[in-house]
Design a protein around this ligand. Sequence first.
Ligand SMILES: [Zn+2]
Length: 290
Amino acid sequence: MPELPEVEGVVRDLRPIVEGKTIAQVALSETVFTSHDAGKQTIVKNNEPHQFERLIQQMTIIELKRRSKYIFFQLEKDGETFHLINHLGMTGAWFVVNDITEITEDKFRKHIHAVFTLTTGELLVFSDIRRFGELRFIKEIEEHPPLLKMAPEPFDEDACDFFITQSEKPKYRNKPIKEVIMDGQVISGCGNIYATESLFKMNIHPGRKTNRISRERKQQLFQVICDVLQESINSGGSTISDYRSINGGAGTMQHRLKMYGKKQCLTCDTTTKSIVIAGRTSTYCPKCQR
Ligand SMILES: [Zn+2]
């Protein structure tokens, strides 16, 4: 699942191509319509699909930014501003092409769910194989309350203090540290890959209870998380399974990972172990991580 660095990579790639451009029309996939008609969840949230297509027509993308693991398209029409908020889910990917056939990987081309035709003739395409992604069109951020509960950006000055304060709350203090650092209301944008890496660097067992870690160690852990996220941003993110940067581009952080997906500890050669925490497989070294 794309985490902060991968989403940042998508935004950096997409921004120079789409900012300032106007959406002539929007076409959603047949799957979106049939799922909606059957009363099932679709990638288009809080709007009826036809309404979604209609509303976004003729809007100009004035700004593209990332917040946590979300992509915010700031849109404008007749002097009014709106937000199109996108979450990549497990396998969401954006492409900008002149023709759909330019998307060369079959699995992405076969799972296109939204095509935004720009007035330049380019196609801004959202493909999502497993359909856990989201497209949410809203006027005000307040319309989707979870967005207001997001932790600060990890690189913001107040983010470490926020993490410490949250981690000491009754809701979190007895939970495994890995679950806590992956919670978007505690730290923004740190998912399974970077939580695994950071805990390994700190020699902390992923299942250790949060209140069994000193404040000083938590501060160090927070700094390590920021360093790992920054290293990954610099490497273009990790390309694992069906995640792609725009137009099928790939990052190289997966070659720099020290624990995620490893069979043996790179420090001591011990066979790694796995436990499930908050529904996610957590790999760790039973000797190095306590
Ligand atoms: Zn080890």
